[in-house]
Write a protein that binds this ligand. Structure first.
Ligand SMILES: NC(=O)c1ccc[n+]([C@@H]2O[C@H](COP(=O)([O-])OP(=O)(O)OC[C@H]3O[C@@H](n4cnc5c(N)ncnc54)[C@H](O)[C@@H]3O)[C@@H](O)[C@H]2O)c1
Ligand SMILES: [Zn+2]
Ligand SMILES: [Zn+2]
Length: 385
């Protein structure tokens, strides 16, 4: 038992008081974990577009004040009633979606979409009692994605914590919590490119680069990166991307460009943009007879996927995936092991490191990514989770 177990912990957290305003590092109180909850000391956290998107709160229900953050690595400080399988001192990765172990999805070998703990972006409280565990002078501060990792201590449902190898460096493996597993899993678990195949990856952000890394690890020989932002191309080479296509450089639809480059179509394509046009192109660019396209990006709420049904009759397959089809508790420890065995490189995904008190700099770095030209925006309509 740690000396803090059962007590309120005072610690620092980066609080978002208002949409789009810099976070403020404040002293907060973190209540002890209740039934089926775990209090975790967060040692490293990374930043994802989804944090930025909900912090900007353009177009969704604003939930403030709130503590963001969902990609992280930490150590269990104490556990609540009924928690088995985790104990103080265990190393864990919080995951924005969970695995209760009991529902039909958790019992199915084929699904990772837990009924109880599936991602919920609007909920700002714990699922058990509908209350927050964070406060400042008695005033509640809301949670985000059940993880809220921009705090030195946080409280998380046990079903949203993957127990990992304690010798894994948390400053590196923290990135496995979200985007890397999503992209890598989309390729290795869902698209499953055969050795020597040709794979197109649409969108070369963190998720797309991880999808490319999955293609490289699967032995794909041609990995074609497709992005409207040419500044993404150079960096993508490190992830095995060996050819590039910018749809804006061509008059004809990008699916036709890809079909010409590949003698009829790619063997696999993975869409990691969130843009509906890219989703349609990603499907239509796969080879008839065997091609498989996998959608990963989260589209605009009004988006409609339109294609001619003959594309399916000609034996093209379209799939979608959530969190790379990984079950958080059962499978994520294995992804960390892949890093430990040097099958998966994580260092190249880490572009900047800042101290906790400089967290706003991380937001600035993310917002600084070279903007796409005005005339290309109309085909973008990009929205994050
Ligand atoms: N399914 C899941 O479980 C899951 C989990 C995490 C993230 N995501 C989603 O994955 C997507 C990618 O996330 P990210 O963090 O890598 O985003 P990102 O913004 O860093 O990267 C997206 C890239 O797509 C490019 N792009 C946009 N529209 C395009 C188009 N029409 N054609 C070609 N390229 C285009 C952009 O230039 C950018 O480089 C987002 O939609 C995100 O919400 C899904
Ligand atoms: Zn994320
Ligand atoms: Zn479940």
């Amino acid at each position: 038992m740690s000396s803090t177990a059962g007590q309120v912990i005072r610690c620092r957290a980066a609080v978002a008081w208002e949409a789009g305003k810099p976070l403020v590092v404040e002293e907060i109180e973190v209540a002890p974990p209740k039934a089926m909850e775990v209090r975790v000391k967060i040692l490293y956290t990374s930043l994802c577009h989804t944090d930025v998107y909900f912090w900007e709160a353009k177009g969704q229900t604003p939930v403030f004040p709130r503590i963001f953050g969902h990609e992280a690595g930490g150590v269990v400080e104490s556990v609540g009633e009924g928690v088995t399988g985790l104990a103080p001192g265990d190393h864990v990765l919080p995951i924005f979606t969970g695995e209760c172990g009991e529902c039909a999805h958790c019992k199915s070998q084929e699904s990772n979409m837990c009924d109880l703990l599936r991602i919920n972006t609007d909920r700002g409280v714990m699922i058990g009692d509908g209350q927050s565990r964070f406060s400042i002078n008695g005033k509640p501060i809301y949670h985000f994605l059940g993880t809220s990792t921009f705090s030195e201590y946080t409280v998380i449902h046990v079903g949203c914590l993957a127990k990992i190898n304690p010798s894994a460096p948390l400053d590196k493996v923290c990135v496995v919590s979200c985007g890397i597993s999503t992209g890598y899993g989309a390729t290795v678990n869902v698209a499953r490119p055969p050795k020597g195949s040709t794979v197109a990856v649409f969108g070369l952000g963190a998720v797309g680069l991880a999808a490319a890394e999955g293609a490289r690890a699967s032995g794909a020989s041609r990995i074609i990166g497709v992005d409207l932002n040419p500044s993404r191309f150079e960096g993508a080479k490190k992830f095995g991307v060996n050819e590039f296509v910018n749809p804006a450089d061509h008059k004809k639809p990008v699916q036709e460009v890809l079909a010409e480059m590949t003698n009829g179509g790619v063997d696999r394509s993975i869409e990691c943009t969130g843009n509906i046009n890219a989703m349609i192109s990603a499907f239509e660019c796969v080879h008839d007879g065997w091609g498989v396209a996998v959608l990963v990006g989260v589209p605009h709420k009004d988006a409609v996927f339109k294609t001619h049904p003959v594309n399916f009759l000609n034996e093209r397959t379209l799939k979608g995936t959530f969190f790379g089809n990984y079950k958080p508790r059962s499978d994520i420890p294995g992804v960390v092991e892949k890093y430990m065995n040097k099958e998966l490189e994580l260092e190249k995904f880490i572009t900047h490191s800042v101290t906790f008190s400089e967290i706003n700099k991380a937001f600035d770095y993310m917002l600084q990514v070279q903007p796409i030209k005005e005339e290309e925006k109309r085909i973008m309509n990009y929205t994050s989770l």
